[in-house]
Design a protein around this ligand. Structure first.
Ligand SMILES: Cc1cc2nc3c(=O)[nH]c(=O)nc-3n(C[C@H](O)[C@H](O)[C@H](O)COP(=O)(O)O)c2cc1C
Length: 412
């Protein structure tokens, strides 16, 4: 054995090997759950649950090694709480994330539902609070508050969730949005508490999420832009005097194939099919006449207008094709390139990475085989050696000199 004192000091590590100070030392994976085989590539006319498919889907996520699954919510979707409860019973380890709009439940009832889910899953429940990105969509369920007020309501809602889970004696409340007398102690969660995530990118979303959320979530953005957004969250968390900053969740729709070239071909073919689906009205939009009101979608459309490819693998054509609706930006490339691109975001501080493909079930299986192990291997390597591995250096993707997505795809 060589003398450990002879190991070069950190300063001697080549720049490519040094782990950035902003990097998260851990990463966990999320994927959204689908209830039936309908996709933006192959729309099937159903709004219902295909139980056999749903069972297969959530079990596949668990087998693929995903840590969490998001159960989304819309006025015409299945109920996210009921679906989350089913996910809990169909899996052993996967953590259901319930998308919840505060306008749909009195906070103490939501706290009770979440605590019940947490007990039924032995501590796996997570809640993702959605304040509502569209006035038109909110009005469908009788919510007429403007967005800033919706976020103020979310702030009060969060405080009440936490109190309902932890207060050991009855308490009363007379706030701006909620009032009640002598509640509690409430039904307790299985664990000490339940993680609360926030989605949204308006100023009000940052104010509430930075000060109060355990997790702050984003859709995929260029690295420099996301860096700025993470700095905003951190600054607000620090200003609120919090001991811990919110974890950062970032969401992509990867398009992978054996090589970068094959993946870019696939991406171009996919976007044509997705455009056809949206033109045919096969995916319902929550968008009013002036375009999307939620800042996340506005940003996605703006990135798409400014450029097609960013950084190592981020592709915006899919966001343009869907009108920036929901998570739509892609990561395109071989599994190695996409894993390296995910690590670029981990280097910026993301510790929760959501990946869901356009070919939903098949992609979940492929990600489990080809992407999750590569990212986890790099994280383990970093932990063991204190240095970066070679994956990011060896798979530049679109960072390679002279790269052109259309050329890579054989489009001209
Ligand atoms: C990861 C993630 C998941 C989301 N899931 C949902 C959802 O299930 N239902 C929904 O209506 N909005 C969902 N949203 C959208 C935003 O939460 C919503 O538009 C926000 O409340 C208001 O947007 P703004 O603050 O950016 O303007 C999600 C956002 C993110 C980042």
């Amino acid at each position: 054995m060589s003398d450990p004192a002879a190991i070069p000091a950190t300063a001697a590590i080549p720049a490519t090997a040094a782990i950035p100070a902003t990097a998260s030392p851990t990463v966990e994976f999320i994927s959204l759950s689908h209830l039936n085989p309908s996709t933006e590539l192959n729309p099937v006319s159903t709004r219902g649950i295909d139980l056999a498919y749903f069972r297969t889907y959530v079990r596949s996520l668990e087998e693929a090694g995903f840590d969490y699954t998001l159960l989304p919510y819309g006025s015409n979707s299945a109920d996210s709480f009921v679906v989350a409860s089913a996910v809990g019973q169909l899996t052993e380890r996967l953590r259901p994330i319930v998308a919840l709009r505060p306008n749909t439940a009195f906070p103490l009832v939501a706290a009770q539902q979440l605590a019940t889910l947490d007990q039924l899953t032995e501590g796996r429940a997570v809640v993702h609070l959605i304040s509502g990105g569209s006035d038109v969509e909110q009005a469908r369920q009788g919510d007429y508050l403007p967005k800033d007020r919706r976020y103020a309501r979310t702030a009060e809602f969060i405080d009440l969730l936490r109190r309902a889970w932890t207060e050991t004696a009855p308490f009363s409340h007379d706030g701006e949005f909620y009032r009640f007398d002598e509640f509690g102690p409430g039904f307790a969660p299985y664990g000490a508490t339940i993680p609360i995530s926030i989605g949204g990118q308006s100023d009000a979303a940052f104010e509430v999420g930075g000060a109060k959320a355990d997790i702050f979530s984003f859709w995929g953005e260029p690295l420099a832009d996301l860096r700025g957004e993470i700095d905003r969250v951190n600054a607000l968390a620090d200003a609120a005097g919090r001991a811990e900053r919110p974890r950062i969740w970032v969401t992509f729709r990867p398009i992978i194939a054996r090589t970068d070239e094959l993946a870019w071909r696939k991406a171009y073919e996919y976007v044509t099919r997705i455009e056809r689906t949206y033109q045919a009205g096969g995916a319902r939009r929550f968008v009013g006449p002036g375009g999307p009101q939620n800042v996340g979608s506005q940003r996605a459309l703006d990135f798409a207008a400014r450029g097609e490819v960013y950084d190592r693998a981020l592709w915006t054509r899919t966001a343009a094709a869907t009108g920036g609706l929901g998570a739509s930006t892609a990561l395109v490339g071989s599994p190695e390139t996409v894993a390296a691109a995910i690590l670029d975001y981990v280097d910026q501080g993301a510790s929760l990475v959501s990946i869901r493909g356009y070919d939903t079930l098949a992609d979940a299986v492929d990600y489990g085989r080809y992407i999750l192990p590569l990212v986890r291997q790099e994280i383990a390597h970093r932990e063991a050696t204190g240095r970066r591995g070679t994956l990011q250096e060896q798979h530049p993707g679109a960072l390679a000199p002279g790269f052109d997505a259309a050329v890579a795809a054989g489009a001209h």
